[in-house]
Design a protein around this ligand. Structure first.
Ligand code: PFF
Length: 476
């Protein structure tokens, strides 16, 4: 039986609005915080090269697959997957990828709000620093004029040691996300993206120019673009690059199915997916070119890990002229990016709950927001009270991971690629070819190439990387 299209489905007001919202989902802490962290700890150029290959050959084709499932279904992520499966005469069990995705994205949003909470905190501290700089008559001086590099480095550990403060910051961000999603697709999500994304690009370009002028740009370019080829075959680097490609393009969880569902029939999904993938990758690389010159110029190391953005950068901003303004601008930028992504993460479950249970959007947003908040508390507490807990020691590679690392690692390295794998098999082999091909907007060689990548390369490469990531000993 073929279900009829739901009436009253919300729509983006234009193709540009769709591109801005989807790019807003893709561009986020994944680009500003996770990409530099992963590049910094996985050997720089080797990781960047693998990452770009993963985006072009695996993630971008899957981005088109997800948006077309959504646009064709005009329903929630799970509803759209079931719809296409039924229309193709296949088992609705293929929607398993959307179910797995919904779970993955709920977990992602839980720790995402914790990191975004750190951003909120650093907007506060850098804002106070800027105020001190201005009132001290040196508005163009370094960040945190009243502090020493040592005390700046201590801000992050001090925040981590304070569960109340961590949870407080996290809740501010959760509530903002709920309020936007509760206002709906046009009035909330689209309006936020249309205002925040241009502001984001403006700030990013400003900071990159600043980094190029005042920082060690040549060293950063060398670090990001000259690969150490001995690291390219490391399974850990491969699975990190693939996981980052999924995370950064908001794939595998259904965000792009959800946003695709609000796209109008005359939007060419092939070209818009290409634009979104290109914009997201460009932002990641530009962010690297903004962050690493600053880090190198004051003699700091690129491999600090997750604290790079919150410990290394603030210290660098302290030592640099104009750092007070730039530090504040940088954290505001990160906040805008995080918010346009977190709303897409919440929309996935809210869209499904409103469709399935007929509750209001606002009730669904507050209800899911609460679940996400509670799960996030586990991540927040894994830096202090629950620091000794190891939730998934039985999964290879996660023996020593606390709640935060477990949620982050298991979603990006396992759930998202797994869900992406099922999507590739579904679109490449199972779903009705006529429907799928017509939805892509692609023709000729581009269509054949896309079909080849989705049907063959994505499943094979994702499986290989998943297996090697879990069992690196296979490579000897
Ligand atoms: N792509 C976002 C980022 O790079 O920060 C994170 C994200 C959003 C992941 C939406 C998954 C998702 F469904």
């Amino acid at each position: 039986m073929v279900a009829s299209s739901p009436s009253g489905q919300a729509k983006w007001s234009s193709k540009t609005a769709f591109i801005l919202a989807a790019t807003g989902s893709a561009v986020g802490l994944g680009n500003l915080w996770r990409f530099p962290t992963e590049a910094g700890t996985n050997g720089g150029g080797a990781f960047v090269l693998l990452y770009i290959l993963c985006v072009v050959l695996i993630a971008a084709p899957l981005l088109l697959s997800e948006t077309l499932i959504g646009r064709h279904g005009q329903r929630s992520t799970i509803g759209s997957a079931v719809h296409l499966a039924r229309q193709s005469g296949a088992s609705p069990a293929w929607s398993a990828m959307a179910v797995l995705g919904l779970i993955a994205n709920t977990l992602i949003l839980s720790f995402y709000c914790v990191v975004a909470g750190w951003v909120v905190y650093f907007i506060g501290t850098s804002g106070m620093g800027l105020f001190e700089a201005i009132s001290g008559g040196n508005a163009l001086g370094g960040a945190y004029p009243e502090q020493s590099p040592e005390s700046i480095r201590e801000m992050m550990p001090a925040l981590f040691a304070n569960p109340g403060l961590l949870i407080g910051m996290q809740s501010i961000f959760v509530i903002l996300t709920i309020l936007i999603v509760a206002r709906g697709v046009k009035g909330g999500i689209e309006a936020a993206a249309v205002w925040l994304m241009p502001a984001f690009f403006f700030l990013l370009i400003g900071i990159t120019i600043y980094a190029a002028i005042t920082g060690d740009f040549a060293r950063a370019v060398n670090f990001l673009f000259s690969p150490d080829f001995s690291r390219i075959t490391e399974p850990g680097v491969m699975s990190s690059a693939l996981g980052q490609a999924f995370f950064s393009l908001s794939l595998g969880g259904g965000a792009m199915i959800a946003y695709g569902a609000y796209a109008s029939k005359d939007t060419n999904l092939g070209s818009t997916s290409g634009t979104i993938a290109f914009a997201d990758t460009a932002v990641a690389i530009i962010a690297g070119l903004a962050i690493f010159p600053i880090v190198f110029s004051v003699g700091l190391q690129p491999d600090a890990g997750p604290t790079l953005m919150f410990q290394t950068l603030p210290t660098a901003f302290h030592l640099m002229p104009g750092g007070a303004i730039v530090a504040f601008g940088f954290f505001v930028l990160a906040f805008f990016a995080a918010l346009t992504s977190s709303v897409s993460l919440l929309e996935i479950s809210v869209g499904w709950i409103t469709e399935k249970f007929g509750v209001s959007r606002s009730a669904a947003a507050w209800g899911m927001g609460l679940v996400i908040f509670v799960l996030g508390v586990l991540s927040a507490l894994s830096f202090n009270i629950l620091a000794d807990q190891r939730p998934i020691p039985f999964i290879p590679g996660f023996e020593n991971a606390g709640w935060f690392d477990a949620f982050d690692g298991i979603t990006s390295k396992l759930f998202l690629p797994l869900s992406g794998l099922v999507t590739a098999l579904f679109i490449g082999w199972v779903a009705d070819k006529k429907i799928v091909n017509a939805e892509t907007g692609l023709t000729g060689g581009a269509l054949s190439m896309w079909r080849f990548l989705v049907a063959w390369l994505c499943p094979l490469a994702v499986t290989a990387i998943l297996v090697l990531g879990m069992f690196p000993q296979l490579l000897g």
